[in-house]
Write a protein that binds this ligand. Structure first.
Ligand code: FAD
Ligand code: UQ1
Length: 443
């Protein structure tokens, strides 16, 4: 009999594929015409928080949110779900319950942007005219960009924490693992939560130790990057963790093909184009290629050459259209894409959008704050926090590059509450205030 979690995962997988298919069969007959003061595109972490802030200030219906999904996931929990520490249902709430009641929710995709006319068209053909717009469309997962991967994910041994459709499979695979190569990948694209591809590897390593399988496992991290992590202080700490725990790292190796029949994964050596490394796997955890969402990428006036929303890195205002702001993963802000970054960006968007609405000078500057709780097992975590310059910007007055139980407890027990109860209601704008308090105003 299927468990509650497996049933949810099956439904999620079905919905995921239906949604993707629907997305490409666009019927462009105009239906309803809406207008609003603030349009928020995307109802994920950033969109929900922004909508909550403004729906409470404005009249009913002044804020419209376009968001296609019925379900809102707290994605940072996927890492713990993959390790069997939380259930998929713990990470999920109905979108209806997390969007502000005062806002109008259009359950649809934004498919066409006409920023010169302040207008957006949805997939169902509705039009929305806005005075101001905040774009929070997140990232698109492109499993299909790795040859054979979509089929391989249906076969034993292959899993991914990145999608609710596959995340429960990760823990199933850890349980089933007997011996051989356990390979973890990092793609050759921008990603959300740059630590997530390796967090699950440390969890797996610890799981194998706990269950007496460690000496049978050869743990390999194949990353497209030339470093294990982008910030020196944390990279050094993680390299030590890998050495101590006998984890092999192949830098600059990008997964290009999976052959599930032979249980082989093929990696391109990015420093020697055309040269490939083929490895057998018993377990293959894939972090898929990611990109800006298709509908955004196609809006050439709004995006940079890589397809991300082109905003000022200081003010988060669009570089060409000053009534548009961006938040989160869909922007070209040169920082690591995380929910923690979104919380800090929320303050900047709120202050600068308020000012723009009054035609005043934009007062707030974003320093690139982002954070990544690098879970290194079932009771330890390195809490990375840093800015645009890769300089640590740590909240607590202790060395956060050390693996700590306290940080693990915070990740597992505190963060979910902070997210659901404060952040999505627009009340969490990052830890800056606490950092200043705890460092007596010195940083
Ligand atoms: P999202 O929250 O992804 O929301 C984007 C929304 O836009 C979605 O709801 C989507 O349906 C909607 N959308 C897409 N296309 C359209 C369209 N055409 N029209 C309308 N709506 C659209 N962050 C942390 O801070 N700490 C962590 O520990 C952490 N761990 C993570 C682990 C994993 C495995 C993953 C996957 C992510 C993790 N993150 C973590 C990252 C974090 O979840 C994201 O950075 C954050 O959710 C970004 O918020 P967002 O609003 O930009 O995008
Ligand atoms: C954070 O603000 C945040 O957003 C709610 C997260 O996840 C979603 C995080 O993982 C982290 C670490 C932060 C930063 C907060 C503190 C207290 C350091």
């Amino acid at each position: 009999m299927l468990s509650k979690s497996s049933k949810l995962a099956t439904t999620v997988a079905q919905e995921f594929f239906l949604r993707e298919r629907k997305c490409f069969s666009t019927a462009m007959t105009l239906k309803k015409k809406h207008s609003c003061k603030l349009l928020v595109v995307g109802g994920g972490s950033g969109g929900c928080s922004v909508a909550a802030k403004y729906a409470s200030k404005f009249q009913k219906g002044d804020v419209i949110v376009i968001e296609p999904s019925e379900k809102h996931y707290y994605q940072p929990m996927f890492t713990l779900i993959g390790g069997g520490m939380k259930k998929l249902e713990d990470s999920c709430k109905p979108t209806k319950s997390v969007l502000p009641k005062n806002a109008l929710w259009l359950k649809d995709y934004a498919v066409k942007f006409d920023p010169a006319k302040n207008q957006v068209i949805t997939k169902d053909g509705d039009s929305v005219e806005y005075e101001f717009m905040v774009m929070a469309m997140g990232l698109q997962l492109n499993f299909d960009q790795v040859d054979g991967l979509v089929d391989a994910l249906k076969t034993p041994g292959v899993c991914s924490n990145y999608s609710p459709a596959y995340v429960t499979k990760t823990y199933e695979e850890l349980k089933k693992f007997k011996e051989g190569n356990a390979i973890f990948t990092f793609p050759n694209t921008p990603v959300k939560c740059a630590g997530a591809p390796q967090k699950i590897m440390y969890i797996a390593e610890h799981y194998f130790r706990k269950t007496g399988k460690r000496d049978k496992a050869n743990i390999i991290y194949n990353t497209s990057l030339p470093v294990v992590f982008g910030v020196k202080k944390y990279a050094e700490a993680l390299m030590k963790v890998c050495e101590q725990r006998n984890i092999k790292i192949n830098m600059r190796h990008n997964l290009v093909k999976v052959l599930p029949d032979k249980k082989e994964a093929v990696f391109e050596n990015l420093d020697s184009p055309g040269s490939h490394l083929t490895l057998n796997y018993s377990l293959l955890h894939v972090s898929p290629p990611m990109s800006s969402p298709k509908q955004l990428k196609e809006s050439k006036e709004l995006v940079d050459s890589a397809g991300f929303l082109d905003v000022s890195k200081e003010t988060l205002q669009h570089k060409k259209y000053d009534n548009i702001f961006g938040i989160g993963d869909c922007t070209n802000l040169p920082t690591s894409k995380t929910g923690a970054a979104v919380a800090s960006q929320l303050k900047v968007v709120r202050m600068n959008l308020d000012a723009r609405m009054k035609n005043e000078k934009l007062p707030a500057t974003y320093l690139g704050y982002t954070s990544c709780p690098l879970v290194t097992g079932y009771n330890s975590c390195i809490l990375a926090e840093f800015d645009y310059n890769g300089q640590p910007l740590e909240t607590f007055p202790l060395d956060q590059s050390k693996e700590r139980l306290s940080m693990f407890m915070m990740k597992k027990y505190v963060m979910p509450h902070l997210y659901w109860s404060l952040m999505l209601r627009g009340y969490w704008e990052g830890p800056e205030v606490y950092r200043k308090l705890l460092h007596l105003g010195l940083c």
